[in-house]
Design a protein around this ligand. Structure first.
Ligand code: PMP
Length: 328
């Protein structure tokens, strides 16, 4: 059971498979490098102009392009840590310097993030909900933070898990970017839309940001099947969001079961839970593995466990229950 990568546990919808099969008859041709139809569909879906949207090969692809567009040696990229593992990798690739600001109570410390900004800072990344902790920043604090960020710094709100958020106090980045030219939102088809293997992500931001992403794209980076699948997924959004609802319910069930069993689990608004285990991390990961469950350990820190099907989650819960110690 693979609970290690925060994927959707559900296979493709028949309508999405049909769209991919139809698109497959055209793979002798290059794809539309501008992903025009998908860009237009996303603009319509989110009620923004087309030139506010840039599509890329996964949201990591989009982020890599953004970092390339904004960085030079000596440029600083500020983000909370621990957060998404790709941030330091992509910053390194862009020759930028990572400035990591420790989480406080498993959550972004927005004051410390703002304090870490210098005149060399080009970008601040805010992962909301945060991977791997599942924790969130709330609207009032995020607005106050954005008010402190100088205009020369681009704030990227990484909302890869947005569709799983149910706490009404967690802001939708799309409401925040509109009157802030230096704020952009990253989303993906890899999680709620179930297309992780096809690599489609997108940015919504002001035209100067979206066009910087487009200019740094490898030609044809988003392939024809991926574009077709993403378009079909937007059309099937209601069905996909029902699956998300199932995952949200499962998330509550898993967290409640862990809490009842004596585990400390931070509140999560994503499709995973986080267990801080310190030195016991790798041992607990091995115990899960022995029970047939792959989870994601961060040695010396903790484990991230994706929410799967009820059967997957039961297998994980059984492994957790059988483990001799707890993390409190
Ligand atoms: N952002 C975050 C916070 C993630 O956790 C992930 C996937 N693990 C991504 C972005 C990357 O998603 P994609 O598949 O779109 O590159």
């Amino acid at each position: 059971m693979k609970l290690s990568s925060n994927e959707s546990p559900y296979g493709p919808l028949p309508s999405v498979l049909d769209a991919v099969a139809a698109a497959a008859t055209e793979i002798n041709r290059y794809p539309d490098t501008g992903a025009t139809a998908l860009t237009g569909a996303l603009a319509t879906r989110f009620g923004v102009p087309d030139d506010h949207v840039a599509v890329g090969a996964g949201s990591v692809g989009v982020l890599q392009q953004l970092l390339e567009a904004t960085s030079e040696p000596g440029a600083e990229v500020v983000y909370a840590w621990r957060s998404f593992e790709a941030y330091p990798l992509l910053a390194d690739l862009a020759d930028a310097t990572s400035v990591r600001v420790p989480l406080r109570d498993e959550t972004h410390d927005l004051d410390a993030l703002a304090d870490a900004i210098t005149d060399r800072t080009r970008m601040v990344l805010v992962c909301n909900p945060n991977n791997p902790t599942g924790t969130t920043v709330r609207e009032a604090e995020l607005r106050a933070f954005l008010d402190r960020v100088p205009d020369h710094v681009l704030v990227v709100l990484d909302e890869a898990y947005r569709e799983y958020v149910r706490d009404p106090q967690v802001p939708d980045g799309l409401d925040l970017y509109r009157d802030r030219p230096n704020v952009a939102v990253l989303r993906t088809f890899s999680k709620a839309y179930g297309l992780a293997a096809l690599r489609v992500g997108f940015l919504i931001g002001h035209p100067h940001v979206a066009s910087a992403v487009r200019k740094t794209m490898v030609p044809f980076a988003v392939n024809h099947l991926a574009q077709a699948a993403a378009l079909a997924s937007l059309e099937a959004e209601n069905e996909l969001l029902e699956r998300v609802e199932r995952t949200v319910k499962e998330r509550g069930r898993v967290r409640d079961a862990l809490l009842a069993d004596g585990w400390a689990v931070p509140p999560t608004e994503a499709n995973f839970v986080w267990l801080r285990m310190g030195e016991a991390t790798l041992d607990f990961a091995a115990a899960c593995e022995a029970a047939g469950v792959a989870v994601r350990p961060f040695a010396g820190e903790g484990l991230r466990i994706s929410i799967g099907t009820p059967e997957d989650d039961d297998a994980f819960l059984a492994a957790a229950q059988a483990y001799p110690t707890r993390n409190t």
